[in-house]
Design a protein around this ligand. Structure first.
Ligand code: AP5
Length: 251
C-alpha cells in the first residue's frame, strides 16, 4: 500500500507558490543526493518528506511505515515486533539494514532519495555512510526541531487512515467528518505508539538513541565540509517546507 498524506488547499497553494518563486528552479531530482530528515516523533518528518518527494519526484524511504506495514500484513516479522513497536521500542539494527538493502535494490539512487526515520542509531549512521560511498551519493541532513510540548500536542492529536495512509490532526488538520478519512472514507484511528503512556518514553528513546546518530552523521558530514542543518519545525508545515527547499537549493 502506498502511503499518502492529505494535502489541504493551503498546503497545495503554498507548494505552487514555492514552485513559482523567483528562486533557482526545483531540479528534476535530487541528483544523487540522499536527503536525511532527522527529528523526534511528531516533528513532521513524514509530512515534510512526503511533500519533498512529490516536489522532487524522488522516492521516499520511511522505515517506520515499512515496519507498520509488516505489522498490518501480520507477517512473521510483524507479529514478532508488534508489541515492542506499540511501546516505542526500536527494531534492531540488523533487521533495519536488511529491510533497507532490499528496498534500495529497487531504487535508482542516481535520482536521489529521501530518508525518513533512518538513520536512527549510530551504527545506522555508519551504515548510511558506507551505502553512500558504495553508490557514490552525497548526503544532506536536516534536523527538525520542536519543543516537547509541541511534539506531545501533535502526537496526541494525530489521527491516521490505515487504509490509504492519510494523516490528520484533531486541531490543526481535522477531517471534514469526525473520525472519517477525507480521502477514502475509512474510519480513522490512533497509532498504537501515540497513546498517552507511550509518547513520553518514545521521546526519551529518541533522545537516547537518535541524538548519537545525529552526532555520528555530523562527523561524517564534517569531513565533506557539511553539517546537519537545524530547521525550526514549530512553524506551519508550508513554512517548514519552504525553509527546507531554500536550503536544498542553496548548496
Ligand atoms: P516512525 O514512523 O518513523 O515514527 P516517529 O519517528 O516516532 O515519527 P512520527 O511518525 O511519530 O512523527 P513525524 O515526525 O513523521 O510527524 P508527522 O509528520 O506524522 O517510526 C515508528 C517506529 O518504528 C519507531 O518508534 C521505531 O520503533 C520503529 N523504527 C522506525 N525506523 C526505525 C529505525 N531506523 N531503526 C529502528 N527502529 C525504527 O506529524 C505528526 C502530527 O503533527 C500529524 O498529525 C501532522 O498532521 C502534524 N504536523 C506535522 N507538521 C506540523 C506542523 N508544522 N504544524 C502543525 N502540525 C503539524
Amino acid at each position: 500500500m502506498k502511503a499518502s498524506r492529505r494535502e489541504p488547499a493551503a498546503f497545495a497553494d503554498a507548494a505552487r507558490r514555492l514552485s513559482n518563486r523567483n528562486l533557482k528552479p526545483i531540479p528534476d531530482g535530487l541528483r544523487s543526493t540522499a536527503v536525511v530528515i532527522f527529528g523526534p516523533p511528531g516533528a513532521g518528518k513524514g509530512t515534510q518528506t512526503q511533500k519533498l518527494s512529490e516536489l522532487f519526484s524522488v522516492p521516499r524511504i520511511a522505515t517506520g511505515e515499512m515496519i507498520r506495514e509488516e505489522v498490518r500484513r501480520r507477517t512473521e516479522f510483524g507479529r514478532r515486533i508488534e508489541k515492542g513497536l506499540a511501546e516505542g521500542q526500536f527494531v534492531d539494527d540488523e533487521t533495519i539494514f536488511g529491510m533497507l538493502e532490499r528496498r534500495l535494490r529497487r531504487e535508482d539512487l542516481q535520482r536521489g532519495l529521501l530518508l525518513d526515520g533512518f538513520p536512527r542509531t549510530a551504527p545506522q549512521a555508519r551504515q548510511l555512510e558506507s551505502v553512500a560511498t558504495q553508490f557514490g551519493i552525497e548526503i544532506r541532513a536536516f534536523e527538525l526541531k520542536a519543543s516537547r510540548e509541541v511534539l506531545i500536542r501533535r502526537l496526541s492529536g494525530r489521527r491516521v487512515c490505515e487504509k490509504c495512509g492519510a494523516v490528520f490532526h484533531q486541531e490543526s488538520e481535522p477531517p471534514r467528518r469526525e473520525n472519517v478519512c477525507d480521502d477514502c472514507g475509512s474510519e480513522l484511528s490512533i497509532r498504537d505508539d501515540d497513546s498517552a503512556e507511550v509518547i513520553n518514553p518514545r521521546l526519551d528513546i529518541h533522545d537516547e538513541a537518535t541524538v548519537p546518530a545525529i552526532r555520528e552523521l555530523t562527523q561524517v558530514l564534517m569531513r565533506q565540509g557539511r553539517k546537519v542543518e537545524p530547521i525550526d519545525a514549530e512553524q506551519a508545515p508550508e513554512s517548514v517546507t519552504r525553509n527546507l527547499l531554500e536550503r536544498l537549493r542553496n548548496e
